[in-house]
Design a protein around this ligand. Sequence first.
Ligand SMILES: C[S@@+](CC[C@H](N)C(=O)[O-])C[C@H]1O[C@@H](n2cnc3c(N)ncnc32)[C@H](O)[C@@H]1O
Length: 252
Amino acid sequence: MVALAKGAEPSLAADARLTPEALGRLTALVARRAAREPYAYLAEEREFMGLRFTVSGAALIPRPETESLVEALLEDQPAQCVLDLGTGTGAILLSLLDRWRGTHGVGVDRSPAAVVVARHNADALGLRGRALLLASDWSSALRPVPTFDLAVCNPPYIPSDEICGLDPEVRDYEPRLALDGGADGLDPVRALLPGLVRVLAPGARAVFETDPRLWNGLAALVDQSGGTDIACLRDLTGRRRGLVARFAGTRA
Ligand SMILES: C[S@@+](CC[C@H](N)C(=O)[O-])C[C@H]1O[C@@H](n2cnc3c(N)ncnc32)[C@H](O)[C@@H]1O
């Protein structure tokens, strides 16, 4: 059987007896999974970039396609100061800070409950000293000063009318705020770009995750906001999952 003590590493013990307490916990977990709750919410954790992140229903479960973006970023020189817009569990920001030991960063999320999860993860990974995690409507809590040489953003990008067709694991359990991209999936990007441009240092890069079907629309919005050198980052299936652009920045 699998040991079920809270907080214990799962371990196989074929000859162990299932205590009534463990049986009760197992039964409850099976019922939650049968109701299509994602496994990561049952386990309360998810591995991302080789790091263990606590997850809860307050935040999106970090996805493998997002790891592709982080891996692409890590091929470049470390940034000095990173902004993560819509940080959720903090997965993107904290995995960058874990690899780039001299980098500082700010993660923002409109969900105060998600920020609590991100702060917990920053503490658990020993990164709190270099990560400021704030509840904010995109960059509105930040002074409009050109600060960041890298911005990363995995915005909500599912068109509103597609949410009802998602798997129950996503539709019924992950926060709508983390999923809903408005009528065409690009409303969050429209909302965040004006503020983002004001906090980017001259020559900064911004990287967005998107649905491959939205890539051209995203590129047009980034172009209209002054982004240049727009290029695509592909996920493991070869699809256009990420967009990277450079911004000239504004004067303080
Ligand atoms: C797709 S999830 C990405 C989470 C995390 N960055 C990741 O990649 O796993 C989008 C995140 O944006 C946040 N969000 C949505 N609207 C926002 C807003 N107006 N301001 C700040 N964050 C917002 C959501 O709460 C959610 O955590």
